[in-house]
Design a protein around this ligand. Structure first.
Ligand code: ADP
Ligand code: MG
Length: 240
């Protein structure tokens, strides 16, 4: 699969009269595991939804693989998003949840079976195909949400606080699983979190956001050693 870049150029977005994204510029390199770190309300979800196509910017440009995709509708963007709430279909089995996006895309028969089985295997859930979401643990539901997204083979993976509903031990374990899965697939990934340690221990590079502004972009060690202002120093320097 081709590895693609994601570039935001001077993006601004307002809800009513409040500007929530203030001139956001950043580039995520092809195949990178990029963390977007910031406190609650800083605009992280708004930016992810914009990249996915669910929000429209007031000005600025969004480029994937160098192409401006501003006017491409969400279902035509080759982008997968995992939500904090998982948003699984409760009345469908694990298998059907994972197959859903492929069926919508008219994938049928042997290819459908092979791809669903492959995605379930990747997340270690082959044994759980016939279960319903409420018969799974939080971590397993999270893996289903991930399988359901990667099965469509997106070029970009957007993860909006995917681990925040899990208890701490599981969160640490899933963090590693997520990273090793991303490494195997090589998908350009933007991982949103408000947890400094989560970002610092996973990201190739990261952006720190506050109040709709990207404060600094760099590698975890770069931000830790050379924070550009007091906010970044306090936020990145304080481990939970
Ligand atoms: P984060 O994900 O970093 O917690 P959000 O992107 O969800 O932040 O929200 C950023 C700001 O935008 C917050 O002040 C929030 O209240 C506001 N906001 C988010 N969604 C909407 C919306 N649909 N309408 C109006 N304001 C919103
Ligand atoms: Mg959010």
């Amino acid at each position: 699969m081709k590895k693609v870049s994601v570039e935001c150029r001077n993006i601004r977005l307002s809800y009513d009269r409040t500007e929530v994204l203030k001139n956001i510029s950043l580039t995520v390199e092809p195949g990178e595991f990029f963390a977007l770190l910031g406190p609650s309300g800083s605009g992280k979800s708004t930016l992810l939804r914009l990249i996915a196509g669910f929000n429209q910017q007031n000005s600025g440009e969004l480029l994937v693989d160098g192409q401006n995709i501003g006017s491409v509708p969400p279902h035509k963007r080759n982008i997968g998003m995992v939500f904090q709430s998982y948003a699984l279909w409760p009345h469908m089995t694990v298998w059907d949840n994972v197959a859903f996006g492929l069926v919508e895309r008219k994938v049928r028969g042997a290819e459908l079976k092979a791809r669903v089985a492959g995605a379930l295997e990747l997340v270690g859930l082959s044994q759980y195909a016939k279960r319903y979401p409420n018969e799974l643990s939080g971590g397993q539901q999270q893996r289903v949400a991930l399988a359901r997204t990667i099965v469509i083979e997106p070029q970009v993976l957007l993860l909006d606080e995917p681990l925040s509903n899990l208890d701490r031990n599981l969160r640490v374990q899933m963090r590693q699983e997520l990273l090793s899965l991303q490494r195997r697939l090589g998908i350009t990934t933007i991982f949103v979190t408000h947890d400094q340690e989560e970002a610092m221990t996973t990201a190739d590079r990261m952006a720190v956001m506050d109040q709709g502004v990207v404060q600094q972009v760099g590698s975890p060690s770069n931000l830790f050693d050379f924070p550009c202002n007091r906010f970044v120093a306090n936020f990145v320097g304080t481990m939970n």
